[in-house]
Ligand binder design. Structure first.
Ligand code: PLP
Length: 386
């Protein structure tokens, strides 16, 4: 039977497509995946086993257990300085993805415009389109891959409902300095535009301490802050995220949770409780390792004279490799895989403004990274320049 669906407006993301293609190349090394290569810390896994042993396996409140919300409120207050009431301003979600989803379901109407600095994480576009709203990508390539206040001002129209900011950014690893957030906040102060602040990578920031646009004057009441344990505690499969929002918005979001998933997994919530209560240092070994990996990647692309904005967080690098070789992102990614045995994600998976680039994830063992970079270097030497 023929049918029409909003789902036809979206595609499976290019990240998934390429990470799945790797399995067809048995000797290929994959730099595609957006998750830490280390397992979830043992104390967290043990806490989950204990929850199962104790039969803590029932529904929890829609917002998540109060114990977990309280632990998250304390954890992120210490880490960033954000201050939210666990009873009325916080939700435990099924990963950060679910937090993004319920925030947008709560705030967006069909026809609304959503400003997204690009290149950008493709998960945002999918949700916006499913809701019948429109993505307005703002090209940041000439501005060091960061949204400027002028570009934001120019992109705002009477239909703009929201801007989605992330820091550190997937796929580029760039971090918004506080002064830039301040300048963006000043532009937004005169508008009725909401902000989603995706801070999922904040514990994997290599310099400076994490901050949040929600802390700037006038911003708290118009911002939804997104966090989660997928990256900081190597917990991608546990599916635990958090949404911090003003009480009136949070109450609406709680209804969306009720009719969507009821609650996040009770066992995962117990694991998350251990992560937040006893795992304040869990991210440190990863951060140190990925900073080292970042330095190795930056040095290689500098030596090859291929433009790369230095990533200051997350575990991605976004070199203009395809541009340098005079080819398209998609074609270069295919060639790298087939000819050099290295899988990367083509830049156009991150909006049309990612064309000319590829994304490398260096969330991997340093030996794997070294060998993958050796292969990329040989490929570039062989492929020559445009
Ligand atoms: N936000 C960004 C910027 C991401 O890169 C990702 C995952 O890659 C997510 C959100 C989703 O995180 P989660 O796995 O917790 O749903």
């Amino acid at each position: 039977m023929e049918f029409q669906s909003r789902t036809q407006a979206i595609q499976i993301s290019g990240i998934r497509k390429f990470s799945e293609l790797v399995s067809q190349y048995p000797n290929a090394l994959s730099l595609t995946i957006g998750q830490p290569h280390l397992p979830t810390p043992e104390h967290i896994r043990i806490a989950a086993q204990r929850a199962i042993g104790e039969g803590d396996t029932g529904y929890t409140p829609n917002r998540g257990t109060l114990a977990l919300r309280e632990a998250a409120a304390t954890y992120y207050r210490r880490l960033i300085g954000i201050d939210y009431d666990p009873a009325t301003e916080m939700l435990v979600t099924v990963g950060a993805t679910h937090a993004l989803d319920i925030a947008m379901r709560t705030l967006l109407q069909p026809g609304d415009e959503v400003i997204i600095p690009a290149p950008a994480y493709p998960g945002y576009e999918g949700i916006v389109k499913l809701l019948g709203a429109e993505v307005v990508y703002v090209d940041t390539r000439q501005d060091g891959l960061l949204l400027t206040e002028d570009a934001l001002r120019q992109a705002i129209t009477p239909r703009t409902r929201m801007v989605i900011l992330a820091s550190p950014v997937n796929p580029t690893g760039v971090v918004y300095p506080r002064e830039r957030l301040q300048a963006l906040a000043e532009v937004l102060a005169d508008t009725k535009v909401w902000v989603i602040s995706d801070e999922i990578y904040c514990e994997l920031q290599f310099a400076g301490s994490p901050t949040s646009i929600s802390l700037l004057p006038g911003m708290r009441d118009r911002t939804i802050v997104i966090h989660g344990l997928s990256k900081s505690h190597s917990m991608t499969g546990w599916r635990i995220g958090f949404a911090f929002a003003p009480a009136n918005v949070s109450a609406e979001m709680a209804k969306v949770v009720q009719y969507g998933v009821s609650c996040a997994s009770s066992v995962s919530q117990r694991a998350a409780l251990a992560a937040l209560r006893e795992g304040a240092d869990d991210a440190r070994p990863m951060r140190e390792l990925y900073q080292h990996n970042r330095d190795v990647v930056v040095a290689l692309f500098a030596a090859m004279d291929i433009p790369l904005v230095r990533p200051d967080g997350a575990f991605y690098a976004f070199p203009a490799l395809a541009d340098a070789l005079g080819d398209t992102s998609e074609h270069i990614a295919h060639r790298l895989l087939a000819e050099a045995g290295v899988a990367v994600v083509p830049g156009d998976a991150f909006s049309p403004f990612g064309e000319g680039y590829v994304r490398l994830s260096y969330a991997c063992d340093p030996d794997v990274l070294r060998e993958a970079l050796r292969r990329i270097e040989a490929f570039v030497a062989h492929a020559g320049r445009a």
